[in-house]
Design a protein around this ligand. Structure first.
Ligand code: CMC
Length: 423
C-alpha cells in the first residue's frame, strides 16, 4: 500500500480475502499521530469475526447451516435437530438426538416468579418488549450463568434458553389477549407445545393440525441463523463483555424488534392490504418505480438473487392454506411478484422476494396479530444467536467490541460555571 500523503509504502498481508484493520495502524504521517483506520458505518465491508456456523452466497442464493443446504434441512429435518446442528456443529446420533430433545423438553417450564412479573406488564404491552425483558430477567434466576468459562454451565443455559423461549413468547401473546397463561405440555413436541401454549383453552389437550405444526417448524428452521445480521451482531457485541448469555440474547431480541430487521413482514401485510385488489397493482408498481415507496418484502443487502428461504415459504403457504383456507391477499402477492420479476426496474437492481414477502401471510393464517410475527422470528433465531455466542466465547482472537470513532466535536473549550453563564 502506498500512502499518498507521505509517499511511503507498506506491505499488508492479505488472508481470507481481508486485511487486518490493526495492520493499518502502522501507516502514519508522523509518530505522534494515530495510525490509519477504516471508517465503516453499519459494517458494510468489515468482517467482525471468523465463523463456521452459516454460509451465505447472496449472488447465487445459497444458504447453508454448518454446510447443509437450507432446502434439505427444511424438507428433511426438524427445528430441534437443526438447533443441535447449529450449537454442536454436526448432526446428532440417535442417542444424542434423544438426549437433546429430552433436555429441551424438560426445561420448558419457567420459575413461577417469571409468571408474576410478566403479569405486571400493561394490558397492551408489545410482546417483543415482554420477551426482551423476560429473557434478560432469566439471568437473575440463574446467576451461575455468568460463569461462561465452564462448558457444562454454558450447555445448561443454552438448553434452558431454547426450551423457555416458546413459553415466554406464548405468555406474552396470552397477556395481550387477557387469556390465562398456559403451562407447557411436555408430552408434545417443541412446536406443537408452543401452539398449545398459544391457543389452548378448556380442552384437555390442544392438538394442532400436523400440517400447521410442520409449517411453523419449517419457519423456525428458516429463521434459525443468518450469519452476522444486526441482532446476531448485537448478541456478539454484548457477549464480548463476557456477560451471561441471557443478557446477550436479550440484546439480540432488542435488535430484532426494530422495523429494519424483524419487522418487514408486518410492512408487507400492510402494503398488500392497502393495494386491496388486483386492478390497483399496476398503479402501485408505477409508484414504486417513481421512487414514491418501496415494494416491501423485495430486495436484500446480501441476496442479489431469489432468497432461498422465500422459495421454501412459498411452498409452506400452500400447506397452511390447505388447512386454514386461502388468505385473499395471496393472489395480490403472487401477481405483484410475477409483475416485479419481469419488470426492468426490479430485474436491473436484482430485487427478488425475500423471506418476509410470504411469511406474514402464513402468520396471519395462524391468526397471529402482526406484533407477534417478530416473536416467532426470535424463537426461531435463538439457536443461531446461541451458536454464534458459543463461538464467540471460545474464540481466542475475539476481544471486547469497541469500535473507533472519528471525532467531529469541539475541543479544549473553557468551562464557565452556570452561575456566571446565566448571570
Ligand atoms: N422496492 C423498490 N426499490 C428498491 C427496493 C424495494 N423493496 N429495495 C431496493 N430498491 C432499490 C433502491 O431504491 C436502489 O435503487 P437506486 O439504485 O435507483 O437508488 C437500489 O434498489 C438499491 O437499494 P439499496 O437501498 O441501496 O439496497 P440495500 O442493500 O441498502 O437495502 C433492503 C436492502 C432490504 C433494506 C431494501 O431492499 C429494502 O428496503 N427492502 C424492503 C424492505 C424489506 O423487505 N426488508 C426485509 C429484508 S429481509 C429480512 C432480514 O433478513 O432481516
Amino acid at each position: 500500500m502506498r500512502d499518498n500523503r507521505t509517499g511511503r509504502e507498506y506491505e499488508i498481508p492479505i488472508g481470507d480475502g481481508t486485511i487486518k484493520a490493526a495492520d493499518l495502524a502502522q501507516i502514519k504521517t508522523s509518530d505522534d499521530e494515530p495510525g490509519l483506520a477504516t471508517y465503516d458505518p453499519g459494517f458494510v465491508n468489515t468482517a467482525s469475526c471468523k465463523s463456521a456456523v452459516t454460509f451465505i452466497d447472496g449472488d447465487k442464493g445459497i444458504l447453508e447451516y454448518r454446510g447443509y443446504p437450507i432446502e434439505q434441512l427444511a424438507e428433511k429435518s426438524n427445528f430441534l435437530e437443526v438447533a443441535y446442528l447449529l450449537i454442536h456443529g454436526e448432526l446428532p446420533s440417535k442417542q444424542q438426538y434423544d438426549a437433546w430433545v429430552h433436555e429441551i423438553t424438560y426445561h420448558t417450564f419457567v420459575h413461577e416468579n417469571v409468571r408474576t412479573f410478566m403479569e405486571g406488564f400493561r394490558y397492551d404491552a408489545h410482546p417483543m418488549g415482554m420477551l426482551m425483558a423476560s429473557v434478560g430477567a432469566l439471568s437473575t434466576f440463574y446467576p451461575e450463568s455468568g460463569n461462561i468459562a465452564d462448558p457444562d454451565n454454558r450447555h445448561m443455559q443454552i438448553v434452558r434458553m431454547i426450551a423457555k423461549m416458546p413459553t415466554l413468547g406464548a405468555w406474552a401473546f396470552r397477556h395481550a389477549q387477557g387469556k390465562p397463561y398456559i403451562y407447557p405440555d411436555n408430552e408434545l413436541g417443541y412446536t406443537a407445545n408452543f401452539l398449545s401454549m398459544l391457543f389452548k383453552m378448556s380442552e384437555q389437550r390442544f392438538e394442532a393440525d400436523e400440517r400447521l405444526v410442520k409449517a411453523l417448524d419449517v419457519l423456525f428452521i428458516l429463521h434459525a441463523d443468518h450469519e452476522q445480521n444486526c441482532s446476531t451482531n448485537a448478541v456478539r457485541s454484548v457477549g464480548s463483555s463476557q456477560v451471561d448469555p441471557y443478557s446477550a440474547v436479550a440484546a439480540g431480541v432488542g435488535a430484532l424488534y426494530g422495523p429494519l430487521h424483524g419487522g418487514a413482514n408486518e410492512a408487507v401485510l400492510r402494503m398488500l392490504r392497502r393495494i386491496g385488489s388486483m386492478e390497483n397493482i399496476p398503479a402501485f408498481i408505477e409508484g414504486v418505480k417513481a421512487g414514491n415507496e418501496r415494494l416491501m418484502g423485495f430486495g436484500h443487502r446480501v441476496y442479489k438473487n431469489y432468497d432461498p428461504r422465500a422459495k421454501i415459504i412459498k411452498k409452506a403457504c400452500d400447506d397452511v392454506f390447505e388447512v386454514t383456507g386461502v388468505n385473499p391477499l395471496l393472489k395480490i402477492a403472487q401477481e405483484l411478484e410475477k409483475i416485479a420479476l419481469e419488470d426492468e426496474y426490479f430485474v436491473k437492481r436484482k430485487l427478488y422476494p425475500n423471506v418476509d414477502f410470504y411469511s406474514g401471510l402464513i402468520y396471519e393464517a395462524f391468526q397471529f396479530p402482526p406484533e407477534m410475527f417478530t416473536v416467532l422470528f426470535a424463537i426461531g433465531r435463538t439457536p443461531g444467536w446461541l451458536a454464534q455466542w458459543l463461538e464467540l466465547v471460545q474464540d481466542k482472537e475475539q476481544k471486547i467490541a469497541r469500535p473507533k470513532q472519528i471525532y467531529t466535536g469541539a475541543r479544549t473549550l473553557d468551562f464557565t460555571p452556570a452561575a456566571q453563564r446565566w448571570a
